[in-house]
Ligand binder design. Structure first.
Ligand code: ASP
Length: 312
């Protein structure tokens, strides 16, 4: 089979706050990190590397950025602590790895990738996840590394909403990062990483750790990464549902993504966002909120970076 032109796409969470909330410099910084993350993944792909390696590299850059809710900059839970979820899947083999409620590993997606090589268990949670990371020589950090002033403010705001009985806007709730890729050999992969959402219950695990919900990849069908209220993504098994509609109903990936988002989220007024790539390298980025941090490098090598709805 002739080598294909690779494609990579990412999201940095849906919701996206009003433009006035961040300074011009902060918006520029976040966009620069999206571009850096895309380039980190694309460099691997254009050198013939695998889609799995590319989505991992892409997500690592976003985890290290303070602008997104994963790794450094992750949301604080109800105990003002960080518990991190991540997963990764290879569409060529259906091999996957996942991490839930880790508290120390610097890059949860690296741990998820490492678990792919282990096969059983493919998913580790809590202290066992961090212990395995340490045993395998992955970098671990104190909880303070993950905390940023913005996340502290967000927790205070969320606690105030609870006290006053007011509702948080979608932009205050959602974060998460994820990437999907098609490599030169036609293989697909997806990865997702998150701190969950601000003020989440201690021990709560979301869709970003669940293969078939927040992350899914199957060669010849699609690769998917999700952001938004994880409970809905888990209940509707969103990643797999999209793949099933493509594979069994013959729908396009774009159509499957739109229909699942409309059915699983809109009736409940829940915000959600999904990125996906199909086997021909066509990218879909859908969300029902004010915006979604997103970007891709398409088969022609064009780079696209956007944050708000009207950026398209
Ligand atoms: N999906 C993530 C979770 O529920 C949060 C988000 O994407 O905003 O943990």
């Amino acid at each position: 089979m002739p080598a294909r032109r690779p494609v990579i796409a990412l999201h940095g969470g849906c919701g996206v706050m009003s433009r006035a909330v961040l300074s011009e410099d902060e918006w520029a910084d976040a966009r620069a990190d999206i571009r850096n993350a895309l380039e980190a993944g694309y460099m691997i792909l254009s050198n013939g590397g695998s889609a799995v390696a590319a989505v991992e590299a892409c997500v690592v850059v976003l985890e290290d950025s303070p602008h997104f809710n994963a790794g450094h900059g992750a949301a604080l839970n109800a105990a003002a602590e960080h518990e991190l979820d991540a997963s990764i899947m290879d569409g060529a083999t259906a091999i996957a790895g996942a991490v839930a409620a880790a508290r120390a590993v610097r890059n949860p997606v690296r741990l998820a990738r490492l678990l792919m090589t282990r096969n059983i268990p493919m998913m580790l949670a809590g202290p066992a996840a961090d212990d395995y990371a340490t045993e395998q020589g992955l970098e671990t950090m104190p909880q303070s590394y993950f905390t940023t002033p913005r996340r502290v403010q967000a927790l205070e705001a969320m606690r105030a909403h609870k006290r006053l009985g007011t509702f948080a806007s979608e932009s205050e709730k959602h974060g998460t990062v994820g990437a999907v890729a098609l490599d030169c050999n036609g293989n697909l992969a997806a990865a997702t990483s998150t701190g969950g959402f601000t003020n989440k219950a201690v021990g709560r695990v979301g869709d970003s750790a669940i293969i078939g919900a927040g992350t899914y990849a199957k060669n010849g069908v699609c690769a998917v990464s999700c952001t938004g209220q994880g409970e809905y993504f888990i209940r509707h098994v969103v990643g797999h549902e999209i793949a099933a509609r493509v594979q069994y109903e013959g729908r396009s990936v774009a159509d499957a993504v739109r229909s699942v988002l409309a059915e699983a989220f809109n009736p409940y007024g829940i915000g959600g966002g999904i990125i996906a790539v199909d086997p021909a390298g066509s990218v879909t980025a859908e969300f029902n909120t004010e915006g979604m941090f997103r970007g891709w490098i398409n088969a022609a090598g064009d780079v696209f970076v956007a944050t708000h709805k009207d950026d398209d």
